[in-house]
Design a protein around this ligand. Sequence first.
Ligand code: ZN
Length: 170
Amino acid sequence: MDALLIVDMLKDFIEPGAPLEVPQASDIVPNIKREIAKARACGAPVIYINDAHRDDDPEFCVWPRHAVRGTDGAKVVEEIAPLEGDPVIEKTSYSGFFGTDLEARLRTLGAKKLTITGVVTNICILYTAADALMRGFEVEIPEDCVAALNDEDHRFALKQIKSVLKPRQV
Ligand code: ZN
C-alpha cells in the first residue's frame, strides 16, 4: 500500500438515524482502523476524501441533504478522524478525483498502489476506484472496509470492479 484512501466516513453516512445512514457502516469502522494502523506502520499517507456540499447542491435532488460543508454531519466519525497533517480532500461529486487535486497529490507522493475504503460501495467507492484505475493506479479494496445502502448494491459494485475494472486485488 502506498496510500490509504478513506472515503465519506462522515457522520451523515455513519451515525444511526443520519440522512444517508449506511446500515453496515459502523461494522467497517474497526476494519478501517486496522488499515489505518497498517498504513501508519509503513509510513503510507492516510488521505481522507470527504463530501463537502454547498447548501443548494443539485445532488440533493437525488439524495437527502447530507454533508453540507461546515456542518457537524460533514465531519469524519471520531473513531477514525484524521490526525494533524493527514490530507483531507473535499469533493462535491462521486469520484474523489473529480474537481479535486487528489491525482496531483498522489503523483507528488509517488503513490501507485492505493487501498480504497469507506462508503458507499456502489457510489463513491466504485467511481473513485474507476477513476483511479483509468489513471493507471493499482487499486486494492478490502471487502470488509466498504459498505453500501443494501447488500445487492454492495455485491453489484464489487462484481463490477472485479470483472470490468480488474484491479490487482479486491
Ligand atoms: Zn454527496
